[in-house]
Design a protein around this ligand. Structure first.
Ligand code: ADP
Ligand code: MG
Length: 290
């Protein structure tokens, strides 16, 4: 595009809270084949809350939340904040040797026992049998909940089901992109069952689940290797390498500084629908040069 058209385009974007950091982003946004959306904090509000606690036999709901809360007090993961809120009013014991298990959960010593909490994969790796909690776990994932498993000394204590509502415009965003000939995918560290349920609700048919934080950029690269031009939309520290790898990286304005620094475009209103605006604007701007 001509420098004049680019200036007008970026100016119009800025007025609408869509910040193009460079001219090439404005041009590249016209040619995207697929947009990959991070799930948590991008398609969802990123403000998860506890909706149900399922306990093993002989264990109370408060005991599950007390043990889980003790661990999560050491973490700044959005799920940790949800668990802590669920445990408010309960006196939390001290922990030792806290360790974050990236993309899976966390562990620590509590009252002389090793406590591990997080996703199903972490339980399988630790050979923790779910027993009677197997079935409710599957039911909750089928309902789109993220399930935090809590185990002490290798024994399952309970499941904490967490819900994170979709952003109000997420579904309309997916429909509008497809109408414009752009494919839509979802990427997440969450499990496939939960991810699939949310994707179905939003009309997304390409789901990349159980993706460890370090693998998001790799997934973008794989799509590019198939000859696709990839846009990536994310909010978290985890998303930064994928935003850089993508042909155009879009950061949600309410996200982390790292994501915003890594992106080519920042959506100041934190509204995923602004992706549609960004693409429409870039296409209109580029047409002006012909
Ligand atoms: P996302 O890509 O959806 O932002 P993460 O990669 O941070 O998710 O985490 C992937 C999964 O690991 C979560 O869905 C959760 O099951 C588990 N997990 C990670 N950290 C924690 C934690 N502090 N407490 C509970 N579960 C966790
Ligand atoms: Mg996120």
């Amino acid at each position: 595009a001509t420098p004049m058209a680019i200036m007008v385009g970026t100016g119009l974007g800025a007025m609408n809270g869509i910040l193009f950091k460079n001219a090439s982003a404005l041009e590249d946004a016209t040619k995207l084949d697929v947009i990959v959306f991070d799930k948590t904090g991008t398609l969802t509000m990123g403000r998860p809350n506890v909706v149900e606690v399922v306990t093993a036999e002989g264990i109370t709901r408060d005991e599950v939340l007390r043990i889980a809360g003790a661990i999560e007090r050491n973490s700044d993961h959005p799920l940790a904040l949800a668990v802590l809120e669920g445990a408010s009013g309960i006196t939390l014991p001290e922990t030792r040797d806290f360790a974050n298990i990236e993309g899976k959960g966390a562990s620590a010593q509590v009252e002389g026992a090793t406590v591990v909490l997080g996703n199903r994969r972490l339980m399988d790796e630790g050979k923790v049998a779910l027993g009677a909690l197997e079935e409710p776990g599957e039911r909750l994932k089928g309902a789109g909940r993220t399930v935090v498993h809590v185990a002490r000394g290798g024994e399952i204590l309970g499941l904490i089901a967490i819900a994170d509502a979709a952003r109000p415009t997420a579904k309309a965003t997916v429909a509008a992109l497809r109408e414009r000939g752009v494919k839509v995918a979802m990427i997440t560290g969450d499990n496939a069952g939960t991810a699939k349920r949310i994707a179905d609700e939003l009309g997304i048919d390409i789901v990349l689940a159980d993706v460890l934080p370090g693998q998001k950029a790799e997934k973008v690269k794989e799509l590019q290797a198939q000859g696709q031009r990839v846009g990536m939309v994310g909010d978290g520290v985890n998303d930064a390498p994928a935003l850089t790898q993508a042909d155009v990286g879009f950061a949600i304005g309410a996200g982390t500084d790292v994501a915003m620094e890594s992106a080519d475009v920042v959506l100041m209103k934190s509204d995923p629908y602004d992706i549609v605006g960004a693409i429409a604007l870039s296409r209109a701007t580029l047409r002006k040069m012909h």
